[in-house]
Ligand binder design. Sequence first.
Ligand code: 5CA
Length: 157
Amino acid sequence: MLSPSAQKVQNILSERGFSHLEVRELSQSTRTAQEAADAVGCTVGQIIKSLIFRGTTSHKPYLLLVSGSNRVDTHKVEASLGEKLEKPDADYVRQVTGFAIGGVPPVGHAEGLQALIDPDLLEHQKIFAAAGTPNALFGLTPDDLLNLTGGQVLAVK
Ligand code: 5CA
């Protein structure tokens, strides 16, 4: 049995035709990328961080999908997007995604979010994303990530 937030992510995956992707709820914390990597026994680079930023001009939320081993170079992303970015607070993250920090998945958000994908994520055979709670994950391929999110690959580090 999955908890309601993790089940919500599984339902979204199934409705979108990705029922082969299976949400797993673990006994360990997967709240941070390192904890998630330890929990599944992969490298931290294989963990997808789902980070919300907000454009200071458009006030639009952006979803940055970043390898767990990378730090976002905000200036570089700002130059690509043509606007400054700010890191919103936890309440805003919950409002636009419908999930709490530590469990924000790459899909199934309350609002439609433009997704930007770190190219380093595409170098792995399998990657792992948060699935609604701070101890739920699902594994997927880079192709799955591209197809699920319709995201744009963009240098973020
Ligand atoms: N479950 C893990 C691995 S998938 C996870 O969700 N990691 S994460 O990196 O995608 O989400 C945590 C991120 O939330 C942090 O990297 C940070 O960017 C952001 N965050 C943490 N605390 C806050 C806060 N108080 N306000 C806004 N953002 C925060």
